[in-house]
Design a protein around this ligand. Structure first.
Ligand code: HEM
Length: 538
């Protein structure tokens, strides 16, 4: 049993109830001993050495020495806010999730982040942004751990350490902080061409958002919803900002980085403090849960692919409003622990090979980042639903569990009548037949196509936006020392769009390579006949 419930989120209900208030009539030690002096250490005489006996000095310095915890291995730099999510009920035909039933209000905490920079890095760098939402639902905590770009770099989670190693600062000189301008990043994305689509989004204006408030969010993977009748639907989640989608131009981003590296963090906090609460509509693209899990030739298990909205419109299912800043950055924004495996009945995962690895990674990393297995007891991470988990002891245990039989069933402590398989309100994974090797179920034509969606995205841009993309590639590749890497990246651009490749090659003063795949002159509009969607939820 977790410790007695306190306000799990701090704001907007005020500081967490177990917070040590920094107020009172007098100063004390951590043991409550009243102090006479906290400015002068105990010395042997007025000019003598400091005495080990000074227990207050030792407590104060020792605690300070241990104030820092490891930053996140990725997404270290972030800003968060509290809010509420109100569901429209339009998703209740496809999911039994209680918080998506009609007109249910659920407290949330959102953390926005950059991916590659350290905790102290600048906000307006060219990078992907994280968009994580923790829904404190009555049925347990649900986390939607997404990004502001609908596709990801890699198709299989086993490559995640590699792409991150390639994009983080070089191990010798530790430069640069941002995802730009270094050989290893371009080496990786030109060798692993599945990363080309995500890279193109990074090089577009989406890589330098104007504000966290003006970003879209995407669950990226396909998830599986289950309704009360056990019927399943595949979905992709989208957050659409009510503020509109806006980006910076590169020169603005550069100037802001120099003048106010905390620009996005400040912008979010200031807006909320001023009462200009940002809002996002949550929507889903819904697809029939067919055996091949394909939709219009797109493998729904491939996280490097998005489904154009012309093919499957985003259907709104609720509205999120961020209305309170954190009371304490460390306790809330830093210690929050998201996990794509934090699910509720009615929402399940799929066999997307990237998502499957994420399911392992988040809990694993949080055990070291947050100092042991008990971080769910931290106020920001505590579920609003009752907890009866039989988990015991461990580093940083704060609960005082009663009873003698921490296992189930037991005949000694009484209590919980739960019997396996009988609890209709419980989370149950959707049973799935694995008839053949999972890998063979993926559609090679979709998984091996690394360029058509990058091309679709590029060609959907206005000429001004295309020009920004060309400038971004030229600038970033211009910082790449290795000519062979630049050449290989130009070959990938040739496979996306001849005009893009030619303009970047010209900017770099390099020869224009030919394409190695069939590049159509102009992409046919993605099945516009499908406009209006094929699988309405509402
Ligand atoms: C954070 C791993 C893919 C979005 C993290 C963290 C790890 C991680 C270890 C740090 C978590 C922490 O310390 O609390 C992975 C792995 C991936 C992967 C192994 C691929 C297999 C993705 C994808 C997305 C994503 C595809 C977006 C859909 C995020 C976000 C955070 C994060 C938003 C920051 C969460 C926060 O604000 O605390 N990831 N990640 N990751 N990841 Fe991933």
């Amino acid at each position: 049993q977790a410790p007695e419930a306190v306000s799990p989120t701090g704001s907007p209900t005020g500081a967490p109830a177990n917070a040590r208030a920094q107020s009172g009539q007098y100063l004390t030690t951590a043991q409550g001993l009243r102090l006479a002096d906290t400015d002068h250490s105990l010395k042997a005489g007025s000019r003598g050495p400091t005495l080990l006996q000074d227990h207050h000095l030792r407590e104060k310095i020792t605690h300070f020495d241990h104030e820092r915890i490891p930053e996140r291995v990725v997404h270290a730099r972030g800003a968060g806010a509290h809010g509420v999510f109100r569901s429209y009920g339009t998703a209740s035909k496809v999911t039994k999730a209680g918080f998506l039933a009609a007109d249910v209000e659920t407290p949330v905490f959102v953390r926005f982040s950059t991916v590659l920079g350290s905790r102290g890095s600048a906000d307006t760098v060219r990078d992907t942004r994280g968009f994580s939402t923790k829904f404190y639902t009555d049925e347990g905590t649900y986390d939607l751990v997404g990004n502001n770009i609908p596709v990801f770099f890699i198709q299989d989670g086993i490559k995640f350490p590699d792409i991150v190693h390639a994009a983080k600062p070089h191990p010798d000189r530790e430069i640069p902080q941002a995802q730009s301008a270094h050989d290893t990043f371009w080496d990786f994305v030109s060798l692993h061409t599945e990363a080309q689509a995500h890279t193109l989004w990074n090089m577009s204006d989406r890589g330098i958002p104007r504000s966290y408030r003006t970003m879209e969010g995407f669950g990226v993977h396909t998830f599986r919803l289950v309704n009360a009748d056990g019927e399943t639907t595949l979905v992709k989640f989208h957050w659409k900002p009510k503020q509109g989608v806006h980006s910076l131009v590169w020169e603005e981003a550069q100037i802001i980085n120099g003048m106010d590296p905390d620009f996005h963090r400040r912008d979010l906090a200031d807006a909320i403090e001023a009462g200009a609460y940002p809002q996002w509509e949550l929507g889903i693209q819904a697809f029939p849960d067919t055996e091949d899990q394909m939709f219009e030739g797109i493998d729904l298990l491939d996280p490097t692919k998005f489904v154009p909205e012309e093919l499957a419109p985003v259907q709104p299912i609720g509205l999120m409003t961020l209305n309170a800043n954190p009371t304490n950055y460390f306790a809330e924004t830093e210690q929050i622990a998201f996990h794509p495996g934090h699910l509720v009945p009615g929402i399940d995962v799929t066999n997307d090979p990237l998502l499957q690895v994420r399911l392992f990674s988040y809990l694993d990393t949080q055990i070291s980042r947050l100092g042991g297995p008990n971080f769910a007891q931290l106020p920001i991470n505590r579920p609003h639903a009752p907890v009866n988990d039989m988990l015991r002891d461990g580093m940083h245990q704060t609960a005082v569990h009663s009873g003698v039989a921490p296992y189930h069933p037991n005949s000694l402590d009484g209590g919980c009548p739960f019997m396996a398989g009988q609890d209709v309100g419980a989370f149950v994974e959707v049973p799935e037949e694995i008839a053949e090797a999972i890998k063979e179920r993926r559609n090679p034509a979709s998984f091996d196509d690394h360029y058509s969606q990058a091309r679709l995205f590029f060609r959907s841009m206005t000429p001004v936006e295309q020009d920004h993309i060309i400038q971004a590639y030229t600038f970033e590749l211009g910082k790449c020392y290795e000519a062979a890497v630049r050449e290989r990246q130009l070959m990938a651009l040739a496979n996306i769009d001849a005009g893009l490749c030619e303009a970047v090659a010209k900017g770099l003063g390099m020869p224009v390579p030919g394409a190695t795949v069939d590049v159509p002159d102009s992409e046919p509009s993605p099945a516009l006949s499908q406009l209006g969607g094929t699988w309405p939820v509402a």
